[in-house]
Design a protein around this ligand. Structure first.
Ligand SMILES: Nc1ncnc2c1ncn2[C@@H]1O[C@H](COP(=O)(O)OP(=O)(O)O)[C@@H](O)[C@H]1O
Ligand SMILES: [Mg+2]
Length: 238
């Protein structure tokens, strides 16, 4: 693997769900041959209206859902051909920020538990200083380590999510509508934080959003899901 190997490559991803209505079962073809390549340090925005399959694609990349057809390559390796340990290892190179900062943090875990969990799962060494440093980077402070998610605002919770996503220094960050559950006043702070972190750590970014303005602000390349396939959108079309 070298630095020219794409961080993420999707080839012909196809996925259908079965919808059960009162009378019959209907096939809901969500993704129909999605191709996408993201190189080191590149930012790609994935746009499209609600229900078009953006989160489904994220789940397929992470192996939470299985595609019907197609390949997911992470750092040049096909995830379907990996054993469990290699897959777990390769997934530690991807940090994810979910849409809802309320449901994505376990209310029974302290911030310390939340931030140390990735190290525990991936059997990596960390110290209290590592966690404190991670919190400071997202403008929270050391004392927050002992607190629980309900003691924070939505924006602060999303900062904790960002700290967790970044904690293993991933090569790719996938942010699934990271600001759509937040007040407008804090949205800009979260976007600025993401930009600042990307400038510092040079991770590739897959930014999922339905806001054209945000996609344009954050990403060089914009693709939209149309009829289950991705279309590249050029600057003039926006
Ligand atoms: N687990 C599931 N079972 C059945 N249908 C699903 C499931 N997950 C998503 N869908 C359907 O797939 C489509 C795409 O959903 P999703 O990927 O969440 O869209 P988006 O993130 O773009 O809003 C929707 O029609 C949704 O109802
Ligand atoms: Mg979604």
């Amino acid at each position: 693997m070298n630095f020219k190997t794409p961080v993420l490559e999707l080839q012909g991803i196809t996925k259908a769900y079965t919808k059960t209505t009162l009378l019959k079962q209907v096939k809901n073809e969500v993704l129909k041959g999605v191709n996408l390549t993201i190189k080191q340090g590149e930012s790609v925005a994935l746009m499209g209206p609600s229900g078009c399959g953006k989160t489904t694609l994220l789940k397929i990349i992470l192996g939470i859902e299985k595609q019907d057809k197609g390949k997911v390559m992470i750092l040049g390796k096909n995830t379907s051909e990996m054993n469990k340990i290699t897959k777990k290892n390769i997934l530690s190179k991807i940090g994810v920020i979910f849409q809802d900062p309320y449901s994505s943090l376990d209310p029974r875990q302290t911030v310390k538990d939340i931030l140390s969990e990735p190290f525990v799962i991936h059997k990596k060494h960390f110290t209290k200083q590592t966690l404190e440093q991670a919190l400071r980077e997202v403008s929270l402070n050391e004392q927050d380590l002992e607190k629980y998610p309900h003691q924070f605002s939505g924006g602060q919770r999303q900062r904790i999510n960002i700290a967790r996503a970044l904690i293993l220094k991933p090569r790719l960050i996938i942010a699934d509508e990271p600001t759509s559950a937040l007040d407008v006043s804090v949205q800009a702070q979260i976007i600025n934080l993401l930009t600042r972190m990307q400038n510092k750590y040079h991770f590739a970014l897959l930014f999922i959003s339905h806001s054209i303005a945000l996609c344009k602000y954050l990403c060089q390349n914009i693709v939209s899901v149309q009829n289950g396939m991705l279309n590249k959108i050029s600057g003039d079309e926006l």
